[in-house]
Design a protein around this ligand. Structure first.
Ligand SMILES: [Fe+2]
Length: 276
């Protein structure tokens, strides 16, 4: 994908307040990257190299990857991990899978194995403790998978314990309101991809626009079918959102789909934790 279509990489810096964050975790730095869609088409080597360099320069305590490493075929994951091997993180790299990583029956196993082979911890309805027992990191199955079921995982945590939750699709924030989620990190939206200043992501008008496409065409193309929806909550297409006591951050991702990104640059997120 030509950088003209995507715009330059943007580094988003934010400080997130977490209630009850222990003093020892004050100021810890996280990097989030998402939606690589590494398939030789949607992400340039240059953009990927730059993103990795930005992450390493931040000297993060933790790096999290929130899904969609590939687009359809899983073959490119084996090249992608050769690049991701250069990521540096004090307490490790943790990843979840997106809907594109489970596209075919064998995708999930193959993407997981490739990421694992370079030491990345893939969480699928699992809890990890890279920053210690006082701040669990939850990684959920993708919302479009049959295994998306947060209750058995979330219920393992004591309500008094702050936690960070990785969940590819930001729509899950609605369901996750049943639990304490100090910080949910998501991707999937590509920021709405085409974002008109003052109006917002064009994707939210998708259902209205799609009516003008002949039904014969619509039936053949999966994402034009009536029941298909990339996202319900377009208001969560990017950035930090407060949902009651829960917080959601949506990363715009790195890969670009045609017709390109407009006012929606690819993103690396640098998050500093603060007690609040
Ligand atoms: Fe996705």
């Amino acid at each position: 994908m030509h950088s003209l279509l995507s715009g330059p990489l943007s580094t988003q810096r934010l400080t997130v307040k977490i209630a009850g964050l222990p003093a020892s975790l004050q100021g810890k730095k996280l990097v989030q990257m998402s939606d690589f869609h590494y398939d030789g088409l949607r992400l340039t080597e240059k953009m990927l190299e730059k993103a990795i360099a930005v992450s390493n320069a931040a000297k993060p305590d933790l790096v999290v990857l929130t899904g969609d490493y590939v687009t359809t075929t899983t073959a490119p994951i084996h090249q992608l991990v050769l690049r991701l091997k250069h990521l540096q993180s004090r307490y490790g790299i943790y990843a979840i899978l997106g809907n594109h990583d489970i596209y075919y029956r064998q995708s999930k196993a193959e993407v997981t194995a490739a990421l694992t082979s370079i030491g990345i911890h893939v969480l699928w309805n699992q809890i990890a403790y890279p920053l210690g027992q006082e701040l669990p990191l939850v990684g959920l199955a993708d919302k479009y998978s049959k295994e998306f079921n947060p209750a058995p995982v979330m219920n393992q945590l004591d309500a008094a314990t702050p936690r960070i939750v990785l969940s590819h699709n930001p729509d899950t924030a609605e369901i996750l309101q049943a639990w304490r989620v100090d910080l949910q990190l998501s991707g999937h939206t590509h920021g709405g991809q085409i974002n008109i200043p003052g109006i917002g992501p064009v994707g939210r008008y998708y259902k209205k626009l799609v009516r003008y496409i002949p039904s014969k065409v619509r039936r053949r193309v999966s994402f034009l079918r009536k029941d298909y929806s990339v996202l319900h909550h377009w208001e969560w297409a990017q950035g930090l959102h407060q949902l009651g006591k829960n917080q959601l951050y949506v990363n715009r991702g790195l890969g670009t789909y045609l017709p390109g990104r407009l006012f929606c640059p690819p993103e690396v997120t640098l998050i500093t934790l603060k007690s609040g």
